[in-house]
Each structure stands twice: as structure tokens, then as C-alpha cells.
Design a protein around this ligand. Structure first.
Ligand SMILES: [Zn+2]
Length: 330
């Protein structure tokens, strides 16, 4: 029998900031990605003046978007958007290939302050109930694909698990973490945001091994016993290992993605693929905003004039654009 030996080496200790690291654990039929965000997430969150728990929630949404969007195999955009009834009623994050991220949150400041005062400011509580939409956009002449999942008061990890279980039927586990890092500078204490996440999916060659415990029996007659199907041992082991990942392991700048993967899977053997870079970059431009304004009716534009100018602030990056009314006449 001939075989090709896969060379092994020590996991790289180098910083993993702003990278996405794909991996595979063949022995467990597990594939996934680790994302680590340093300057990129600090840039995104520092552009907004959001209250801390809102910034943390938006950071989690950004990590989830990076994990999901980096699976795109073509040029395009992945958009994650929540619409919920909690104090934070909307989150929008996009990932544009090959690695551009931007994010914004819409929320009711008074309700957010009340939630913070009441200690009810977990990501799930801030979102409340509604739905999470994931859209893939490959350009103007293609159809958009949209997946939807209910948000039921849990956080984004729960919503992602539910999406993959119901819509894709792929056993999936996701962990997301966001934290502030404090350090002393010449001008006192400063803080930076850091974030990270891991996604793992069970993708065996034979699909019958992907069985998962049945969904709620729905409209089956009352008293019907749920059909209990044992989960595959490899997936039980894989998802148990993912659930041991601590927040600190996902954000620690001294622990590389490779070291984290080795720590988790060294007994089974883990392979890593070429990592990809991500960065914070908005797609807005002065010309883009001008053409949007030109598409409005004259009456609408007239209503936007204040002190003789029309000013527009980008919700994603807070860039400020100012126009004289005659610059944007159609
Ligand atoms: Zn912008």
C-alpha cells in the first residue's frame, strides 16, 4: 500500500490578527475556520459611539459574518442582518470578497440604557425576538440567495446553530468572543477591541452520518414520542471539543489560531490551509452618495438642505459627506 505522508510541523506562534484560518480534522470529518480580529474590529467599533454592550453585540455579529462570508467561493458579498424587537432592532454586517468588513447597529438609546441599568444587556436580551437574514449577492445581474432563521431571545451563536440545523442540515458549532483590551499609554489608560471565533462543521462522506436529533415534532398528534436518533460519535466528540473553547482563547493575542487548533485537536491530527486576511473597509464613496442623492426627487432633496448644504453621514463608517444642492441635481 502506498500513501503520502503529510508533513507535520509545530504550530506557528505568530500573531493571527485579522486573519481567517481554515482547518480540517479528517479523523472526525470536521472542517472549519478560526477568525481572529485585532485592528480590524477595533477600527469598526471605534467608528461608532455605541454603548459597550451594543458594541460587543456588533462585534459578535462581525465575527460571525467573517466566519460565514469567508466560505464564499466567488467574488461577491455576504450580508448578515438582524431585525428584532429588542432595544437593538437591527444589525447589519457585510463581508465583501476577498476580505472587507463593515458593520453598523441601529438601536433605541433609551431602551439600551434601561437594559444596561436593569442588567438585562446580554446579546440575546438586547436583540429580543425577530429574525436573522443572510444574503449572498454576486452582483447586479445575478439572483440573490437569502436564508432566514428566527431569533428567539438567544444570542447569535444560537441563531447560527438553528440556521444550519434547519436550512442546511449540516451539524455546526460556532463560538464567538469579543472583549476590550486595556493598556497603559503615555496619555493614560486606553482600550482596544479584540474579537475571535471558531466555526466547525461535520461533513462526513456518507450523508446518513449527519443525522441529528429530530426537530420538534411540530403538528404531530400530542403525545407522539420524538424520534430519537443517536448522533454520530465523531460529531459528538467534535462539538464537545468546540464547546470547551474559552472566550480568552479566541481573543488572546499571544495564542495563534494554529496554536488554538493544535490545543483542541492535537490527539486527532489537524491540518491547516492557507489563511486569508481581513480588514475593515467601507464601500461608501462621495460619488456613490451623490448618485444616491440624484436618484431622490427634487422635493426630497430640498427637505435635506440645512444651512445651505446637504450632509450625509455613512451609517457604517461614519464618513461625512457635504454637498451644495446644485452638485446633486439630476
Ligand atoms: Zn462608509
Amino acid at each position: 500500500m502506498s500513501y503520502t505522508e503529510i508533513p507535520t510541523r509545530a504550530p506557528a506562534a505568530g500573531s493571527a490578527d485579522d486573519t481567517i484560518q481554515p482547518f480540517e480534522v479528517s479523523a472526525l470529518d470536521l472542517r472549519g475556520r478560526v477568525v481572529r480580529l485585532g485592528p480590524a474590529i477595533d477600527d469598526i467599533l471605534a467608528r461608532h459611539d455605541d454603548p459597550l454592550p451594543v458594541a460587543k453585540l456588533l462585534g459578535e455579529a462581525t465575527v460571525l459574518t467573517a466566519l460565514l462570508g469567508s466560505a464564499l467561493k466567488f467574488t461577491g458579498k455576504f450580508i448578515l442582518q438582524t431585525q428584532t424587537d429588542g432595544p437593538v432592532h437591527m444589525l447589519v454586517v457585510d463581508f465583501t470578497t476577498p476580505g472587507r468588513l463593515r458593520a453598523c447597529a441601529r438601536y433605541d438609546r433609551a431602551r439600551v440604557d434601561a437594559a444596561i441599568a436593569a442588567g438585562a444587556d446580554s446579546p440575546g436580551a438586547l436583540m429580543g425576538k425577530g429574525h436573522l437574514a443572510m444574503t449572498i449577492d454576486q452582483g447586479p445581474d445575478t439572483s440573490r440567495y437569502q436564508g432566514l432563521v428566527a431569533v428567539e431571545g438567544g444570542g447569535l451563536e444560537d441563531a447560527a446553530h438553528e440556521y444550519f440545523r434547519r436550512s442546511e442540515q449540516i451539524p455546526t458549532r460556532v463560538r464567538l468572543a469579543v472583549a476590550e483590551e486595556f493598556h497603559m499609554g503615555g496619555d493614560g489608560m486606553r482600550h482596544r477591541w479584540r474579537a475571535g471565533g471558531i466555526l466547525a462543521q461535520f461533513l462526513p462522506k456518507s450523508p446518513e452520518r449527519m443525522r441529528q436529533p429530530d426537530l420538534d415534532p411540530g403538528d404531530a398528534p400530542e403525545g407522539t414520542a420524538p424520534h430519537v436518533v443517536p448522533e454520530d460519535d465523531a460529531w459528538v466528540e467534535g462539538r464537545s471539543l468546540i464547546s470547551t473553547v474559552e472566550d480568552i482563547e479566541l481573543i488572546d493575542p499571544a495564542l495563534s489560531s494554529e496554536q488554538l487548533l493544535y490545543r483542541l485537536f492535537h490527539e486527532r491530527g489537524v491540518r491547516v490551509f492557507r489563511s486569508a486576511a481581513v480588514r475593515a473597509q467601507c464601500s461608501c464613496s462621495r460619488e456613490g452618495v451623490a448618485s444616491m442623492l440624484r436618484s431622490f426627487s427634487r422635493d426630497d432633496r430640498d427637505h435635506m438642505v440645512e444651512n445651505g448644504v446637504i450632509s450625509v453621514t455613512c451609517e457604517f463608517c461614519s464618513a461625512h459627506y457635504v454637498f451644495a444642492p446644485d452638485e446633486v441635481e439630476d
